[in-house]
Design a protein around this ligand. Structure first.
Ligand code: ARG
Length: 588
């Protein structure tokens, strides 16, 4: 469906042309003086020099051709030559009726749907999810949903970290603790037990213990490095342990992501890239890209004009073990082979930008991807505590994601019980739904690349630019609609009519931008644009609500039109939060 602004620009262009000027001058923008008008056109100013004419005169010439336009109620030329515009009330109502009937709510579906793989989440198996993984999950999930809404084929891949040193560390620690386990018996050739020799709780204790020890004990560290390499070469006992670790961790991760309303299409891992590594490395050698440097195999990725030092991309360590770069490169090979994507988007901590710069350059240089395949890095900033330092527990440790979520939920529970008097029965469920909105909106409202302060008090507030405020607005709409039906009202045959007051018109105008906002958010991979939009729309709704009697409206047609607008507002807000990755309860 055509955008409201397109209708306006068309009218303006046609008027410029009729008046004898370049139609390209007929651009329209949202007014920067909302007290004076809704939209404006500055084309006359731009044309003054070219036509050697005062802008005011050009504007007057143009305005003369807009007098009968139904798109505008007001066309006013002001000094030095702006054209101030207000949308036609009938036209706007008609536009919203069209929007109401459009499943895309004015967004234009992708002309050429693309296959896009989003690499997000990125947890490491056997390590608990911590807040650092939160941002990746939240941002990636939202971009995936926005892309899908616009008609792209978007695949979310969790890309588990399961092939690096942490696995060697766990194996080594286990061997020290329980050397008699059959997994460590090299002469064993039977089946390995089905049951894992550890629980998820134990696993989460083993890793930090091993990691701490490896920092002090060099021999231990070397053992872990060797174990890593042996795992990568498929040593049966280690593969069996790896299988246990994977099964247990993945089950636990799935539970956690479910709680976050985050869903992956692909549960692939670094290890899935292993089968592609030997051929890839061989080819890079054969084609002269890879060479040995102090025993390691590397590819140069420096480019002319580099303003910073880009070290060579390391393919294999001197012991033959693969690295983070190697699995990332081989994963690209796998993705090209299995999905032939137009784009691979990585939503990862921005501190990894050098790694991705190296990987992308290496992939391009060695021809792993087609020239027009986009490799994109969306690096996000750090989630900080109120002290401005990376978010920690009160004791100063790494905050586990589960605990963070529980903290928010109990905070939300208190607020809901205190403020709203929801029956205890559903307060717990409601606290979960609203708590998730607090976390996700609190994150997504920031431009992804920026650091932000995770402030539980602010994020859980029902007022201000928060998730709970948005949900509260939706709940308010739902409850008005409920009362309407309780009073015998029907949704049959309602029609959106011209605004009856200024806040009403303002709400109508605000709704019209949904489609453009979603398109921009996707093009710029910027869910925060949707947050800014729904905050504005929610504010517009609440002003309208305070200034307008809705259910008390005498005129049935007008009342019906207000109800129809409420339904559309609800649809816009609910679709928006769906794109952000959370939902609204029925009451709060
Ligand atoms: N597991 C990694 C980490 O915790 C993130 C993985 C990001 N994705 C990737 N393809 N490298 O740092």
């Amino acid at each position: 469906m055509k955008k409201l602004m397109e209708y306006m620009a068309e009218e303006l262009s046609a008027a410029f042309e009729k008046a004898g000027y370049d139609p390209a001058l007929g651009r329209v923008s949202v007014s920067n003086r909302p007290d004076l008008c809704e939209y404006q056109c500055n084309g006359a100013m731009a044309g003054a020099k070219r036509y050697k004419k005062a802008p005011f005169m050009i504007a007057e010439d143009v305005a003369a051709y807009l007098k009968d336009s139904r798109v505008f109620d007001k066309v006013e030329v002001v000094k030095p030559g702006f054209i101030n515009l207000n949308t036609g009330a009938d036209f706007l109502a008609e536009y919203l009726r069209g929007m109401d009937a459009d499943p895309m709510l004015t967004a234009t579906p992708a002309e050429k749907p693309e296959t896009i793989i989003i690499d997000y989440g990125g947890p490491n198996v056997a390590k608990p999810l911590h807040v650092g993984h939160l941002r990746s999950a939240i941002i990636g999930e939202s971009i995936k949903r926005i892309g899908r809404f616009l008609g792209h084929r978007v695949l979310g891949d969790v890309h588990l970290g399961d092939w690096g040193l942490q696995m060697g560390l766990i194996i080594t620690e286990l061997r020290h603790r329980e050397p008699d386990l059959v997994y460590f018996d090299d002469s064993y050739s039977g089946e390995y037990p089905e049951e894992a020799p550890f629980t998820i709780g134990e696993l989460e204790e083993i890793y930090p213990a091993a990691s701490a020890r490896s920092k002090e004990d060099e021999e231990y560290r070397n053992e872990a490095l060797e174990a890593t390499e042996q795992l990568q070469s498929g040593k049966p006992g280690y593969m069996a342990l790896w299988n246990h670790i994977m099964r247990i961790s993945v089950a636990d991760l799935k539970k956690n992501y479910e709680r976050l309303n985050v869903e992956f299409d692909l549960w692939k891992a670094e290890s899935d890239a292993q089968p592609y590594i030997p051929d890839m490395v061989q080819r890079m050698k054969d084609e002269g890209y890879a060479y040995e440097d102090q025993g390691a195999l590397v590819v140069d990725v420096r480019e002319e004009g580099d303003t910073r030092e880009i070290p060579p991309c390391m393919l294999l360590k001197s012991d033959g073990a693969s690295l983070y770069t190697t699995t990332d490169l081989a994963t690209i090979v796998e993705r090209v082979k299995l999905y032939d994507p137009d784009e691979m988007l990585y939503v990862v901590d921005k501190r990894q930008d050098l790694h991705f710069e190296q990987v992308f350059r290496c992939a391009r240089k060695t021809g792993l991807v087609k020239e027009d395949t986009r490799l994109t890095f969306l690096g996000f900033g750090t989630m900080n505590g109120k002290d401005g330092k990376p978010f920690k527990t009160r004791e100063g440790g790494v905050m586990r994601l589960e605990n963070l979520i529980s903290d928010i939920e109990s905070e939300m529970y208190q607020k809901i019980v205190e403020n709203r008097g929801v029956k205890d029965k559903d307060a717990g469920e409601t606290a979960k739904i609203v708590g998730l909105s607090a976390i996700k909106y609190g994150d997504l409202q920031n431009q992804a690349t920026k650091d932000y302060v995770f402030d539980i008090d602010r994020f859980t507030s029902f007022e201000g630019n928060t998730g709970p405020y948005i949900l509260y607005t939706i709940v308010r709409i739902k409850s008005i609609l409920n009362r309407y039906t309780e009073e015998g009202g029907s949704f049959e045959g309602l029609s959106i009519l011209p605004a009856i007051n200024a806040s009403h018109k303002n709400l109508m105008l605000s709704l019209t931008s949904f489609g453009q906002v979603v398109e921009n958010a996707f093009a710029e991979k910027a869910p925060h644009k949707i947050c800014a939009y729904i905050y504005e729309a929610a504010n517009a709704f609440n002003s309208f609500y305070h200034e307008t009697s809705i259910l008390g409206q005498e005129d049935a047609e007008v009342k019906g039109s207000l109800i129809a607008l409420l339904c559309l507002t609800r649809k816009v807000l609910e679709t928006s939060i769906e794109l952000l990755g959370f939902s609204a309860p029925d009451r709060m």
